[in-house]
Each structure stands twice: as structure tokens, then as C-alpha cells.
Design a protein around this ligand. Structure first.
Ligand SMILES: [Zn+2]
Length: 235
């Protein structure tokens, strides 16, 4: 906190686009946290402006971003419908990048940004990856919505792990979380709230496993928190 850091820009993971994760980082560093997304193949295609409207601007001076319906390939122009991003870089000469499928899941925001920029906004930043979104018990699940719940819950650490497997024909989903020191005796109460919030946000019931602080794996770089152990994964 004494380092004098006032602004942090995050990229590479949905983290800074998930409100509860962003809040935890801002409190820990006492600094503003900004989200940013890019891809090695394309370049830095989006950024969060100073107004932090709950999403990112697409840099439309350099990129053409389209959102495609995952099932039909239809181009989505309306706000609030998720699809995968298909992006064209307008400034690449040596290695053209035309309608590249980045596997990022995004949706257009309904309102323009109060900052006045006309570059369109994507609501909530990058919402996940087409690779990550899977069906559990027939319900579409985006792991980022689990993160939003876990990190919005006081008494839990930042770490978690999700394991999906199958017992007979039935999908099961387990969430491993860590209690922060001092929260041990509140485990029952936290479990109740956690299950309620998860059902509300993801429409699924979970088995919760509590671990002592420091027991779940820590990651440097991209975290692998979602494990799908089913042999025949639904498409
Ligand atoms: Zn703005």
C-alpha cells in the first residue's frame, strides 16, 4: 500500500471485468483497476476508459469487431445477446488477420459510454471463452459467473476450483473454496449463502468443499480452476 500505485491495468484473464474480483484488487492495492483485452494474434483491441462503465471500449479505429451466434453464425447487432467475437485487424500488413475467431465470448452494451467516446462498449468485458462454456445438467455454464459469486462472498479467499464429473448418467459439480483465517466457525452460514447465490447466478446446485487457507493451488499466469472430468463432454 505504500508503493504509491494509483492505477493497475489487467489483461490475460477476465478478472478485472468481474466486479467482485475487481473490487478485491482495488481494495488490496488501494488503486483503480482497469480491464484490458488483447490477443497475440491480433493486438490490443479493447480498453476500459476512466468512466469505468462496467465494460470495455472496442478500439474501432484499428479493429472491426463482430459478434457471431455460436450455433448459427448469425451476426449479432443487438445488445445483451452473447456470442463469440470475430475480429479483423485493420492495421496489420505483414500478417493480415481477417475475421479471426478469438474464442472470446462478448456482448454489446445497450447504452453508449458517458465518456462520450463513440467506440462501442462490450458489457462486462470478455465474459469467457467459447472453450470454457460448457453444459452441466443441460444448463449452459460460464465459469466466470462462479468466480463472481466466490469473490463477492466475504469469508472466502480468492482461490477456488470447480470440478465437473459424472456419476452414472448424472452430471455433478463440486466447488472447492478456502476460508480466510478467522472465518472457520462461519462455514455453515457461508455455505448456505454460497449455494443460494450460485443457484441464482448459474441455475445449478453445487457440492461445496471447504479448505483451510493456503491449501488450494496458487497460480502464476493463467489459472486453471475449471476441471471437466467427464469422458463424453456435451457440445
Ligand atoms: Zn468510455
Amino acid at each position: 500500500a505504500g508503493l504509491g500505485i494509483t492505477k493497475i491495468t489487467c489483461a490475460g484473464e477476465p478478472g478485472a471485468g468481474i466486479p467482485s474480483t475487481k473490487r478485491r484488487m482495488e481494495e488490496a492495492w488501494n488503486a483503480k483497476v482497469y480491464d484490458h483485452a488483447g490477443a497475440t494474434e491480433i493486438g490490443a483491441w479493447s480498453y476500459e476508459c476512466r468512466h469505468q462503465p462496467g465494460g470495455m471500449h472496442v478500439n474501432e479505429a484499428l479493429f472491426l469487431v463482430e459478434i457471431e451466434d455460436v450455433d448459427t453464425g448469425e451476426i449479432i447487432e443487438t445488445a445483451g445477446r452473447r456470442g463469440k467475437m470475430v475480429i479483423t485487424a485493420l492495421d496489420r500488413l505483414a500478417q493480415p488477420c481477417i475475421r479471426f475467431d478469438s474464442k472470446d465470448v462478448i456482448e454489446w452494451a445497450a447504452e453508449p459510454c458517458p465518456c462520450g467516446r463513440t467506440f462501442r462498449l462490450i458489457k462486462g468485458g470478455v465474459l469467457g471463452r467459447t472453450d470454457d462454456i460448457t453444459k452441466v445438467k443441460g444448463v449452459l455454464l460460464a465459469p466466470a459467473s462462479i468466480e463472481e459469486v466466490v469473490r463477492g462472498m466475504d469469508g472466502l479467499s480468492d482461490e477456488y476450483e470447480v470440478i465437473v464429473d459424472k456419476l452414472g448418467d448424472v452430471d455433478r459439480i463440486k466447488l472447492k473454496v478456502e476460508l480466510v483465517p478467522g472465518a472457520e466457525e462461519r462455514a455453515k452460514e457461508i455455505e448456505g449463502r454460497l449455494k443460494d447465490q450460485l443457484r441464482l447466478k448459474t441455475n445449478l446446485g453445487y457440492r461445496i468443499e471447504f479448505y483451510d487457507y493456503g491449501r488450494l493451488p496458487r497460480y502464476e499466469g493463467k489459472a486453471k480452476r475449471f476441471k471437466d472430468l467427464r469422458k463424453d463432454k456435451p457440445v
